[in-house]
Design a protein around this ligand. Structure first.
Ligand code: NAD
Ligand code: WQD
Length: 337
């Protein structure tokens, strides 16, 4: 069965391609490589024995999408393609809305034209906004994301829900990821941020490899167990498996569905550092810094719905996450080259 994977060269998309192939699916990738490298497709082949068919291009290119749907009998789409840097979205709102929202519209139109009406969409816990009620559960109203990136995710969710109301025959699954980290256990694939990493795990592993001096821990006075922020970290392999579970569910469930993909528990920044030091075998250089604007104190997922309906739950621990992140970083000090 052929699955169109938009953004399939990226961090989560590439790991999902591996699991798709492992379960007998045929991923077909479209990616404009704005935040990834084509070599990842060779790594997928090294791991699975199969290289996904690849179209280098942009989801805003409707003609290309039409061509892809014409040339391949696509069953479902997994839609990862998008820009994801929260801070950058504040300074480049038009670019973010154009890429994420207009790009998604272009994709949905091409799907409708091709009569492909099954889609899994990469949403984010950011759509819960700044609500202080934790854990986040799918029955909660969405909140007000405080930045264009988060709003773009919320808009796309709403567009898909409106489409489902307007037209019969769509199967739409919105997956709200919490904090994806980790890497393929082989060390052949992982997160490869361009420039200075925005996120905790890649920053930490770059400090450990000697590329950055010290990790700034943003804030020490949150109302949490140790004063640092708490997040629900999820191993990217568990997350990839979540997509497989969602794909199966989406096959025979018309309508629109929402699932949190998280572990259901939170860890503080200091707990992540401590887990990392256990694997690293040394102390990590870190220091306290002021709070980062926009950070919420603590949130994690209620992951019951995915467990009940998708028969999916996370299997890998925080130890596995830091071990595999470090394995990837230490084997590929400069990422994909
Ligand atoms: P990523 O940047 O590694 O992957 C996204 C891929 O999409 C990249 O390969 C990029 O080149 C491609 N792309 C971007 N715009 C495109 C366009 N217009 N046309 C074609 N290709 C395009 O990001 P990721 O971490 O793998 O995230 C995948 C999806 O999951 C994104 O939509 C992101 O917003 C969402 N998400 C990510 C996280 C996270 O923390 N990583 C959390 C929640 C949601
Ligand atoms: C995790 C914790 C920081 C870096 C982001 C997006 C969210 C979603 C997932 C896409 C926080 C602390 C971080 C550092 C630190 N993405 N930290 N020093 O902000 O929880 O979530 O990625 O949808 O929308 O906002 O992830 O990894 O940046 O931060 O102390 O150098 O680590 O304060 O508590 P975040 P993160």
């Amino acid at each position: 069965m052929k699955i169109l994977v938009t953004g399939g060269c990226g961090y989560i998309g590439s790991h999902t391609c591996v699991q798709l192939i492992n379960q007998g699916y045929e991923p077909i990738v479209i990616d404009n490589l704005c935040n990834s490298k084509e070599i990842v497709l060779d790594r997928i082949k090294e791991i699975t024995g199969k290289k996904p068919k690849f179209y280098q291009g942009d989801i805003r290119d409707k003609a290309l999408l039409n061509k892809i749907f014409k040339e391949n009998t696509i069953d479902s789409v997994i839609h990862f393609a998008g820009l994801k840097a929260v801070g950058e979205s504040v300074s480049k709102p038009l670019e973010y809305y154009d890429n994420n929202v207009y790009g998604s519209l272009s994709l949905f139109e091409a799907m409708r034209d091709a009569n492909v009406k099954k889609i899994i969409f990469s949403s984010s816990a950011t759509v819960y906004g700044t609500q202080p009620i934790v854990p986040y559960v799918e029955t909660m109203e969405t909140g007000e994301p405080t930045q264009p990136y988060g709003r773009s995710k919320l808009f796309i969710e709403k567009i898909l829900q409106d489409l489902n109301i307007a037209e019969n025959g769509w199967s739409i699954t919105l997956l709200r990821y919490f904090n994806p980290v980790g890497a393929h256990p082989s060390g052949l694939m992982g997160e490869d941020p361009q420039g200075i990493p925005n996120n905790l795990m890649p920053y930490m592993t770059q400090v450990a490899i000697g590329q950055r001096e010290s990790l700034a821990v943003f804030g020490d006075d949150y109302e949490t167990i140790d004063g640092t922020c708490v997040r629900d970290y999820i191993h990217v392999m568990d997350l990839a498996d979540g997509h497989l579970a969602a794909l199966k569910y989406n096959q025979d469930h018309e309508g629109s569905h929402i699932f949190n993909l998280g572990s259901g528990k939170g860890n503080s920044v200091l707990e992540v550092i401590s887990a990392f030091e256990d694997v690293f075998g040394k102390k990590l250089a870190w220091h306290y810094a002021p709070r980062r604007a926009g950070d919420l104190s603590a949130y994690w997922a209620n992951a019951d719905k995915a467990k009940k309906l998708l028969h999916w739950e996370t299997k890998l621990s925080l130890h596995d996450m830091v071990k595999d992140s470090w394995n990837w970083q230490s084997q590929n000090p400069k990422g994909f080259i």
